[in-house]
Design a protein around this ligand. Structure first.
Ligand code: GDP
Ligand code: ZN
Length: 381
């Protein structure tokens, strides 16, 4: 992921009070101050802030996750005013979060059983945000060690290093030595998981029932206390689908809980899909297909087509993407936003015109909007 340099004029000066927006409600922003900057007289590290009129005038929105500069702190009343919003490194539209670093995709290994195609779909959707993707498999207490070993190796083949945990038993399973009798060592703490979450903004995602709430409650034992306190001030609960809030991990890092969903729709265009499979990317670093726009189906001299586990998933999702694109081409208004071209392989192909904001391919910000759809689907359910 590339990080945007702060232009010097917008960089926080050493004397400026800075912090991170943890929650937004109407015109109020809950800002968690950077600890080293908090005045010794301050009894709080959280200020309830308004947004300076100047920011409103220039249309500068403030999102959860934004790094902001604060003026006029009223330590007694625990109030302040947001005077600056520093440039974002990343931006997801929905859940609306600025500066998220990674997605922690949680699945359960049993109850409900792990469905490889569903997991693949979630992974592809998560990869399409271009944030880092971490995979965590919960409920490992429900299956035998041999099965754990099987899943671990299988997912490694997909290009992931899954964290195997049991929230219920407060255990993590580590593959320390390749000793057949005892392939996994059990750890008592969440050390590996916590280490991955430290100093980052992480969006937790995954289908319902896999143990996300249980995990968050375990990672942040005080979460209910804090939710209670925040609700008092801002007057709303945590479980509305459009609501996003960041929670601080006691060991460092911030977590955002995004609502559960069951079947994410893949809405990338057919050419993009291969970017979201680590296995394909790996094959394309060591070799290249004859055609630049190879869709890796039946083209000659393709280095991707082959006997690897998720190749069938790729073909299935590709077919969906093609059908979706064809449907768009048949709709008169969608058609106007697509242009056709003839590829080097002699095929006629439609691709988005760059003028169309909706289908533009290159914008990082738009790529991030794919998480938006996840939530829209839940809203519709
Ligand atoms: P969410 O919908 O993803 O937030 O899932 P929940 O946290 O509500 O958990 C769903 C169910 O799974 C609950 O009945 C939990 O008690 C159970 N559960 C959560 N973690 C574990 C685990 O590690 N092992 C087992 N066996 N059950 C778990
Ligand atoms: Zn190919």
């Amino acid at each position: 992921m590339s990080f945007v340099e702060y232009p010097s004029s917008r960089r926080a000066t050493s004397a400026q009070l800075t912090g991170t927006v943890m929650a937004v409600q109407a015109n109020f922003y809950q800002v968690y101050l950077d600890s080293e900057l908090v005045s010794p007289a301050a009894e709080t590290s959280i200020l309830l802030c308004t947004r300076r009129t100047r920011l409103k005038k220039i249309g500068q929105k403030v999102m959860v996750g934004d790094r902001v500069g604060i003026e006029d702190p009223d330590w007694k009343g625990q109030r302040g005013a947001i005077a600056d919003v520093f440039p974002r490194q990343t931006e997801l539209s929905r859940p609306p979060i600025a500066n998220a670093n990674q997605i922690l995709l949680v699945f359960s290994i049993a109850e409900p059983d792990l469905d490889p195609v569903a997991l693949s779909r979630f992974l592809v959707k998560a990869e399409s945000t271009q944030l880092d993707v971490k995979l965590c498999l919960n409920k490992c207490d429900l299956i035998k060690t041999e099965e754990l070993q099987h899943w671990f190796e299988r997912l490694q083949g997909w290009g992931y290093q899954p964290l195997l945990i049991s929230v219920r038993q407060e255990l993590e399973y580590f593959l320390e030595s390749r000793n057949d009798a005892q392939p996994f060592t059990q750890g008592k703490t969440d050390s590996a998981l916590l280490q991955q979450l430290r100093d980052k903004i992480t969006v937790i995602s995954g289908p319902s029932g896999v143990g996300k709430s249980s995990l968050i409650n375990r990672l942040i034992p005080k979460i209910d206390l804090r939710v209670g306190k925040v609700s008092g001030k801002l007057g709303r609960g945590r479980h509305t689908t459009r609501h996003v809030e960041l929670f601080e991990l006691p060991t460092g890092g911030l977590l955002a809980d995004s609502p559960g969903f069951n079947q994410p729709t893949l809405d990338c265009d057919p050419q993009q899909l291969s970017q979201y499979f680590p296995e394909i990317q790996q094959r394309l670093t060591t070799g290249s297909c004859q055609f630049n726009d190879c869709l890796h189906r039946d083209e000659p001299n393709c280095v991707v087509r082959g006997d690897w586990e998720r190749y069938d998933h790729y073909l299935e999702f590709l077919q969906e993407a093609i059908i979706r694109q064809e449907a768009m081409i048949q709709q008169p208004d969608a058609e106007s936003s697509l242009k056709s071209k003839t590829t080097s392989g002699g095929k006629r192909q439609y691709e988005p015109k760059l003028a169309s904001k909706k289908y533009r391919r290159t914008s990082r910000r738009l790529q991030h909007q794919t998480l938006q759809d996840l939530c829209e689907e839940i809203d519709e359910m």
